[in-house]
Design a protein around this ligand. Sequence first.
Ligand code: TXA
Ligand code: MG
Length: 391
Amino acid sequence: MLNTTVFELSDYKKTGEISFSDEEKLIEAAGILREGGLVAFPTETVYGLGGNGLLKEASKNIYAAKGRPSDNPLIVHVADMESVEPLVKEIPPMARILAEKFWPGPLTMIMEKSPRVPYETTGGLETVAVRMPSDKAALELIRLSGVPVAAPSANTSGRPSPTTAFHVKEDLFGKIDAIVDGGATGIGVESTIVDLSGEEPVLLRPGAITKEMLEAALNEAVDVDPALEKPMEKDVHPKAPGMKYRHYAPKAPMVIVQGDFYEGADGIEDGLRVYEELMKIVDTVKALVSENAAEGKRVGVICSDETWEYYFERGAVLPKEKVYRTETVELRSIGSRKDEKSIAHNLYSVLRDFDDEDIDYIIAEGVDPRKLGYAIMNRMQKAAGWHIIRV
Ligand code: TXA
Ligand code: MG
C-alpha cells in the first residue's frame, strides 16, 4: 500500500480559478511527477493517471497501478507546442492545423515518435499519442512538472473511466502517490483520437471534437477506423490498441435499445413520429425489465428525461429525483436527449453507480448517434459488448 496524498483544489472547485493555495498544492504534485511518481489529475474529459512520460519506470508503474496490459499505449500530455517537438519525428502540417484550432482541448493526435519517447510509454509502437488538455489545473500541473506527462484514464483497467476524484479513489487509492481533486470533469468521455502518422487522417476514437469538426478544419475527409463501426472480430484490429478491450464496462451485462428515428432527414423535428418511436423504445425496455426481473435479477435502466414519465403508471406522481428504485428495478434518467453534453457528462458515473449497487442487468436507451452522440454511442456499445436491440 502506498500512502496516497489527496490535493484538494478547494478554490478551483468553487470558482474555476487557481488560487494561491491551490497553486501550492499543484507545485507539490508536479514535484512528485517530475521525480517519477504517479499523480492522478482532472482534465476536461476524464481524470488521468499521470507519470513522467520520458521515464520507463513511471510508465511501467502506471500499467501496474491500473492493472492494464502493457501493449496498450499511453497518451502524452503537454502544456505548450514547444513540448511537442522533442516527442515526435516531425509535426505533420495537419497536426499544426488541428492544434491551432482545437488545442488546448479534447483532441489526441498520433504522430511518429522520436527516440526520446520510451517504448514503455508507447506500448512498443513507433508512434506516440499527444494531447494538450484545456483544463486549467491540468495545464498548470503539466507546466509546473516541466516534463511531458503520460496519462491514461485514472481507472482500474476495464472499469468505466473516472469523472470525479471519488471515482479515482475507488480504483487507485493506496496504489499511487497522489490525487489532485479538481471536481467533476466537464465533458465526461475521453478525447477524440486522430491518427496523423499515415497519408490520410484516421479517426480512431470519437469524442467531443467530432469527425465533422476535424473535416471542416482540415478541409479534407477523415477516415474512420473500421473497428469503430462493428463489433470486434478476429479480422478487425483496431489501430488504437486500447479500443480492443471490453473497456468502459460496467460489471453487469448491458443491452442497448436503439430507435431509428434519427436516421431520417427531419425525423427529430416531427413531434408525433418522435413520440411513437420513443414509445417503441419504452415498450421494449419494459418487456426486457419484466423478463429479467422474473429471473430474479435486479435491473438498472438508463432512460432519458423525454421517456422518464412513460415508465410510470399514467397519472402517477413522478419522483422529483431522476432516480427511482423498487425491489427489482432502478430507473435513472441520464439527461435530456436534446442535451448530449449532459448525457456524455453523466454516462460513466451512472455505470459506476450501477456497479456499486450490484445491479445484475443494465438496459440503456440509445441516443442520437450523430455529433457528440457518436462518441456516446461508441462508449455505450463497448460497455454493452455490442449487444443492441433495434426497434
Ligand atoms: O481524454 C483522454 O484522452 C484521457 C485523458 C486522461 O487525457 N486519456 C485517455 O487515455 O483516455 P487512455 O489510455 O484511457 O486511452 C488512450 C487510447 C487507448 O485506446 C490507446 O490504445 C490509444 O489511446 N493510443 C495511445 N497511443 C496510441 C498510438 N501510438 N497509436 C494508436 N493508439 C494509441
Ligand atoms: Mg481508458
